[in-house]
Design a protein. Structure first.
Ligand code: HEC
Length: 154
């Protein structure tokens, strides 16, 4: 009869593991790529707008210190896009190279985004709410509770 409790313990263990796995599915590791425009906008704001300006018109806060930056309006076309991907990756004059931080696909996405913005074809979207504000907060607290329970069991 000694195997019975062990069997129960095993069953409980498996159930606990099942819950742990189920809990894991609520974690926030991204598995789905955001739309290209979101990627483009995020990269632009983060890496390019300081010099080129929010809409690529050459009026970023650092533009004057660089001796002026040309507008990108009309500069990015089907004919120039591939070459400009190379320019952004390799750098040019006072512009730094981005090949270490932005891959070729995303370089294309950011250029396509700023092309449509500078041409007035699309408008920048309002940035999404910061993770700290509201929506994700219960998640974090839930996680802490799970961790606390796990610690209690030890
Ligand atoms: C430190 C300032 C700075 C940053 C940051 C910067 N650029 Fe530039 N960029 C320049 C300057 C300066 C030039 C060249 C001169 C000009 O356009 O007036 C330039 C040129 C360009 C050109 C035109 C190249 C050509 O040959 O016509 C593109 C396209 C461009 N940048 C895109 C980007 C993108 C995309 C990013 C962000 C990933 C970025 N830049 C970040 C300063 C910057």
């Amino acid at each position: 009869m000694r195997w019975l409790p062990a069997g129960f313990a095993l069953a409980l263990g498996v159930t606990a593991a099942g819950y742990a796995l189920a809990a894991d599915t609520t974690s926030t590791v991204p598995t789905k790529r955001p739309p290209d425009q979101e990627v483009g906008q995020a990269l632009w704001v983060q890496s390019c707008a300081a010099c080129h300006g929010t809409k690529g018109l050459g009026d970023g806060p650092l533009a004057a210190a660089l001796g002026g930056v040309k507008t990108l309006k009309g500069a990015i076309t089907a004919d120039t896009l591939d070459g400009l991907v190379g320019v952004v990756r390799n750098g040019k004059d006072k512009m730094p190279a981005f090949s270490e931080t932005i891959d070729a696909g995303d370089t294309r996405r950011v250029l396509e985004w700023i092309r449509d913005i500078s041409d007035g074809k699309i408008q920048p979207k309002a940035p999404k709410a910061a993770p700290a504000s509201g929506i994700k907060k219960p998640d974090v607290e839930g996680k802490k509770d799970v961790e606390a329970e796990a610690a209690d069991e030890e």
